[in-house]
Design a protein around this ligand. Structure first.
Ligand code: NAP
Length: 246
C-alpha cells in the first residue's frame, strides 16, 4: 500500500485519480481549498471499500497554507510515496484584456504553489518517491484566452528537468501528464455556458477518439506515473488528449 497525496482532490481529474488510487488499494490524502467541497469529496470517496481517504484544507496560492499543511503532515508522521500536483485554475482572458491579477493568479496557483508544495513536503517524501504534475496540452497547442494559463503550465514543465537532477539524490522523480479537453467543473469555473461546452464536445467529436474525455480517462496515466511501474521515468510528459493535438 502506497501513501499518496492528491492536491485539488475535490473534483474532476483529482477526484477521479484519488478514487482510482483508493480502488487500487492505496492510502490517499486529498487537499481542497473549500471545506464544503472537501467534505463532499470525502463523503463520495469513502463510500467505496478500502482505506479511509482523509482531507486537508490548503489553498495552494497562499504559501503560509502550504507550510501549515507540511507541518500538519510532518506531525502526523505521514510519509509519502507519491505527490500528485493536480490543483489548478483556468480563468480565460483575451491577451488584450489580461489583467496583472489574472496573470499572477495563474502563476500563484499553477506554478509557485506546486513548486513550494514539493519543497515543503521534501522532509516527508520517501526514497524512492514520485511527483506527478498535471500540466495541459495548452503547453503545446495555442488556445485563444489561455496566455496566462499556458505560460503557467509551461513554467512548471520548464522546471522539471532541473528538479529531476536536484532531487535524484533523494530518489525523487518528477513527471507530468498533459490532459486534453476534459469535461470537469473547470469549464463552468472558467465561465463557459452550456453552448460553449456543447461546442467543446463537438470539437472533441472530430478527434480520433471521437468523444469528449472525462476525468476517468486521464486518471490512469496519473496513477501510472505515481506508482512504482514508472520508477525509471524522469521528466516524462504523457499526453492524454484523444488525439486532439494531431
Ligand atoms: N479539464 C480540462 O480540460 C483540463 C485540461 C488540461 C489540464 N487540466 C488540469 O487538470 C487539473 C485538474 O483540473 P480539473 O479539470 O479537474 O478542474 P476542477 O474540476 O476545477 O478541479 C480543480 C481542483 O483544484 C482545486 N484548486 C483550484 N485552485 C486551488 C488552490 N488555490 N488551492 C487548492 N486547490 C485548488 C479545486 O478546488 P475547488 O473544488 O475548491 O475549486 C479542485 O479541487 C488542473 O491543474 C487543470 O489545469 C484540466
Amino acid at each position: 500500500m502506497q501513501q499518496i497525496l492528491v492536491t485539488g482532490g475535490t473534483s474532476g481529474i483529482g477526484l477521479a485519480t484519488a478514487q482510482q488510487l483508493k480502488n487500487a488499494g492505496h492510502q490517499v490524502l486529498i487537499t481542497g481549498r473549500s471545506q464544503g467541497n472537501l467534505d463532499r469529496a470525502l463523503d463520495q470517496l469513502n463510500q467505496s471499500q478500502g482505506a479511509e481517504v482523509n482531507g486537508l484544507m490548503c489553498d495552494q496560492s497562499q504559501p503560509e497554507q502550504i507550510q501549515a499543511l507540511a507541518e500538519e503532515l510532518i506531525q502526523s508522521d505521514v510519509q509519502l510515496n507519491s505527490l500528485v500536483l493536480n490543483a489548478g485554475i483556468f480563468l480565460p482572458q483575451m491577451f488584450d484584456d489580461m489583467t496583472l491579477d489574472n496573470l499572477n493568479g495563474h502563476m500563484a496557483t499553477n506554478v509557485t504553489g506546486p513548486l513550494m508544495m514539493i519543497q515543503a513536503l521534501l522532509p516527508i517524501m520517501k526514497t524512492p518517491s514520485s511527483v506527478v504534475f498535471i500540466s495541459s496540452i495548452a503547453v503545446e497547442k495555442g488556445f485563444a484566452t489561455a496566455v496566462a494559463y499556458s505560460a503557467s503550465k509551461a513554467a512548471f514543465e520548464g522546471a522539471m528537468a532541473a528538479l529531476n537532477l536536484e532531487l535524484a539524490e533523494r530518489g525523487i522523480r518528477v513527471n507530468c501528464v498533459r490532459p486534453g479537453v476534459t469535461l470537469t467543473d473547470i469549464q463552468r469555473k472558467a465561465g463557459m455556458d452550456d453552448a460553449a461546452i456543447a461546442g467543446l464536445k463537438q470539437a472533441m467529436g472530430q478527434t480520433p477518439a471521437g468523444d469528449m474525455l472525462g476525468p476517468d480517462d486521464i486518471a490512469p496515466a496519473i496513477c501510472h506515473l505515481a506508482l512504482e511501474g514508472s520508477r525509471h521515468s524522469r521528466n516524462a510528459r504523457i499526453t492524454v488528449d484523444g488525439g486532439y493535438c494531431l
